[in-house]
Design a protein around this ligand. Sequence first.
Ligand code: FMN
Length: 333
Amino acid sequence: MLAGKRVVLGVTGGVAAYKAVEVCRRLVDAGAHVIPVLTEGATRFVGEVTFSALASEPAQTSLWHERDPIPHTRLGQSADVIVVAPATARVIAAYAHGLSDDLLTATLLATRAPVVVAPAMHTEMWEHPAVQDNLAVLAGRGVHIVDPEEGRLAGGDVGAGRLAAPEAVVAAVVAAVAVPDLAGLSVLVTAGGTREPIDPVRFIGNRSSGKQGHALADEAVARGAKVTLVTAADRPVAGGVDVVPVTTAAEMEHAVLARSDAADVVVMAAAVADFRPVTPAPDKLKKSDGVPAITLEATTDILVALAGRKPPGQTLVGFAAETSEVRASPPTS
Ligand SMILES: Cc1cc2nc3c(=O)[nH]c(=O)nc-3n(C[C@H](O)[C@H](O)[C@H](O)COP(=O)(O)O)c2cc1C
């Protein structure tokens, strides 16, 4: 997804700096040429050796470099995209106000490449008007902001300000450099494995992770499509995707059929149960009552239902998992 792209990865001084190691690894896995730039603050939280070992070039930490007299312009001019993850309140303020007192902030001013900023800080800092105003300035200049999540923060606090998941940061980088060749198209994607209740605590499920459907949604939104993801998987997805969470095959059927007519492309990457218990028990089945006899019934084949009502011009894509060898059908004229 990022093959051949030069990505400057800015890392700043917050506890979430350790998560930037994972962002670095994922960028490299996506084919990017990654150049880490660490602030002095970042080096208090993570070692530059770790980034040098994982990235495509050694990590850089200083404007004053013997072998490279003007490192910030070389980095800024040659970058296809710059991502700062995590971004401290300080670096966000410096960037918004045009300050350039270290290698990272100087590089941010010396580029015309797209920039992605993923803030991370304590809730009080995140909600401070100074931080929000600075982010609004950056967003107004076209900087891509990856909002932090709510969750556990350093010191045991819980609230908004936790760095977005590495997958979401990488998805924003992909979106920032993508060519919008799907602009104007409406894409509906399904993902994950449905769960059919046996009783309130047990279900029949399958091994689908939802990775493929979420990756397809990420890619489609990065390429400019309007994307709806009907998903049974609890995993991150790129900003801008309209997410419809579902659990059972019946919920997925209802959510998909309510939206499919308006879609130009429907990609059924979900693993939808073929069978479900006819009558889920209202209370937990007790072991002491013996092995239950569970009667199953077929679920609706959503792909067949979609094919039966496919509007002209719609592209419908289905997947099927097989455990035995499947021979390709001979071509028909
Ligand atoms: C333990 C500790 C954790 C910190 N975590 C954060 C943080 O998550 N976000 C933030 O904006 N600042 C955080 N700070 C404050 C920054 O480290 C400080 O503002 C520093 O000057 C940032 O430097 P930099 O932006 O050059 O990396 C933390 C400081 C300490 C001591």
